[in-house]
Design a protein around this ligand. Structure first.
Ligand code: GDP
Length: 294
């Protein structure tokens, strides 16, 4: 179950409290909003976003006429729910494999969960009937190739790489050629360099060589609001971008990461909810909130 630290627990408690109220008046609405504010701020959601959400919930709850057949209480519950969903933005399109091979370039800082997410996406695509291959171009972490091999061993997919080769561009070229019969090619990249500018320069060169149909950035959800800046930097550097936010299982700062990335309009496509390959899902704000409150 997704909890995001105590966010799920606290919001569920608030919704229960609301459901138990005999009457809904301004005082009750304000009390509920206070609880929601506290819960969201604890989860590192940006204060400005929290205040906007509070104001909208208050305005709508006190001024909107409930639709026919809906009690004032149900109406407020619905408003809170809708505004929490709005905080997470709209749902991104799933990966749409519209040509073969469909090339996906993965980027992300070391430790973000990039390698794990590649394993997860591979499994996800296999389940959908695709036949993916992986190309490893990380020349900075010698173990990256082995980690990919290990991770994907049960999935029986080709992983192309060579830990002796220190030329990422050459690895990309060779790997793409070898994998050209597969319908999806996932290209892994380095997560660090001596300098960040070198890393970005390498990503640019790789982008040119790979000519990706989709660039996916992996962001660690435990960094909270900073995820917004990371996504923004990435969005400015590449045109076609979607985002995977990892480690949302248990992370107390996950609410901050999700809302910050949603606020800048970057498409969150998948989320990582654990260390196992199965702990991965397409991101849908509506379903996410309903499970958080579930
Ligand atoms: P990389 O350096 O970006 O390739 O990161 P890795 O894929 O090696 O992941 C770094 C650590 O984060 C590993 O211990 C993973 O098991 C862990 N990890 C990755 N994704 C998740 C996730 O969604 N939830 C949790 N709890 N751990 C994760």
């Amino acid at each position: 179950r997704i909890m995001l630290g105590n966010l799920g627990k606290n919001l569920t408690k608030t919704m229960k409290k609301l459901a138990g109220m005999a009457i809904i008046d301004e005082e009750v609405v304000k009390e509920v909003i206070k609880d929601i504010q506290r819960a969201l701020i604890q989860s590192d959601v940006n204060i400005k976003l929290v205040l906007n959400l509070s104001k909208t919930i208050e305005d709508r709850s006190l001024n909107e006429e409930p639709p026919k057949g809906v009690t004032p209480k149900e109406h407020v519950v619905r408003i809170v729910y809708e505004e929490l969903v709005n905080l997470l933005g709209s749902s991104a399109q799933e990966v749409e494999i519209d040509k073969r091979p469909y090339k996906i370039l993965f980027m992300g800082l070391q430790g973000s969960g990039k390698t794990t997410s590649i394993g997860k996406l591979t499994k996800y695509l296999q389940k959908k009937g695709f036949n993916p291959a992986i190309v490893s171009t990380d020349t900075w972490r010698p173990a990256a190739y082995e980690q990919l091999l290990q991770l994907t061993e049960p999935m029986n997919v080709p992983v192309y790489g060579d830990h002796e080769n220190k030329d990422a561009l050459d690895l990309a070229r060779t790997g793409l050629k070898a994998a050209k019969k597969n319908d999806v090619i996932i290209v892994d990249t380095a997560g660090r360099h001596k300098e960040e500018s070198d890393l970005l320069a390498e990503m640019e060169s790789l982008s040119t060589i790979v000519d990706p149909d989709e660039v996916i950035m992996v962001i660690d959800g435990t960094i909270g609001q900073q995820a917004g800046e990371q996504a923004l930097a990435f969005n400015n550097a590449t045109k076609i971008g979607s985002i995977i936010i990892t480690k949302l299982d248990g992370s107390a700062k996950g609410g901050g990461a999700l809302s910050a990335v949603a606020e800048i309009g970057a498409p969150i496509k998948f989320i990582g909810t654990g260390e196992r390959v199965e702990d991965f899902e397409a991101f849908d704000p509506d379903r996410f909130i309903s499970r958080l409150l579930g």
